[in-house]
Design a protein around this ligand. Structure first.
Ligand SMILES: O=C(O)c1ccccc1N[C@@H]1O[C@H](COP(=O)(O)O)[C@@H](O)[C@H]1O
Length: 222
């Protein structure tokens, strides 16, 4: 079985990108959302993204962004994927995908069975779906809150598209999250920081090692 693929989100500097590359993660996320402590300017994102080697998937995280905002981001920063992390409808996801020609990953907050229907609807139009914890009522951020959800809700589920598990993951719980849900991709932001918005290279390395170790633990049959 292929190793679990990891996305590290909320990068701001070339040093952050280097830590992600060294760890072996597959995706690097940049947050374009002013309320987030991980928000990057176009110039910061451009410099960091240009430092990334070929093969690292560079993802722009936006929240209910309009076309002009997405155009400005994509004109300034070399990116490979859009992550829509707001309340975008399936119609809006399809529109963004068609207009900008990049794969789109749609994030959906999950708190109960009802949210699985929303996930299904998005899986009909998005290239990937991101299964995150639902933010608490009145939270400033729709994600990146370091909160987990009841992983049993998505345990061993299969969707029409590749999916990624997120929400409160850390090097201490990611192996159990993978074991329980069967996720083959995981995403983390606050769990690999020393302070909000400050990525920690050791925590990134520990997280990716814990996530990818799952494969090594499967016994080899001779
Ligand atoms: O990281 C942020 O600041 C952020 C802001 C707005 C929307 C989403 C955000 N992050 C995403 O949220 C999940 C979970 O993050 P965490 O590991 O619980 O901190 C992840 O997909 C991030 O990409």
């Amino acid at each position: 079985m292929a190793p679990v693929r990891v996305k590290i989100c909320g990068l701001r500097t070339p040093a952050d990108v280097a830590a992600v590359v060294d760890s072996g993660a597959a995706y690097a996320g940049f947050v374009f959302f002013a309320k987030s402590p991980r928000n990057v300017s176009l110039e910061e994102a451009r410099i960091a993204a240009l430092s990334a080697p070929e093969g690292l998937c560079k993802v722009a995280l936006t929240v209910n962004a309009d076309d002009a905002t997405l155009e400005a981001i994509l004109a300034a920063v070399p990116l490979d994927m859009l992550q829509l992390h707001g309340s975008e409808s399936p119609e809006r996801v399809a529109e963004v995908r068609a207009r900008f020609g990049l794969p789109v990953m749609k994030a959906v907050g999950v708190a109960d069975e009802g949210d699985l229907e929303t996930l299904f609807e998005h899986s009909l139009v998005a290239d990937q779906i991101l299964v995150d914890a639902k933010p608490p009522k009145g939270a400033a951020l729709p994600g990146g809150n370091g909160l987990t959800f009841d992983w049993r809700l998505v345990a061993q589920r299969r969707w029409l598209r590749p999916w990624m598990l997120a929400g409160g993951l850390t090097s201490g719980n990611v192996a159990e999250a993978i074991r329980l849900t069967g996720a083959r991709q995981v995403d983390v932001s606050s769990g690999v920081e020393s302070a909000p918005g400050v990525k920690d290279a050791t925590k990134i390395a520990d997280f990716v090692a814990a996530a990818t170790r799952m494969k090594a633990e499967i016994p080899i049959l001779r």
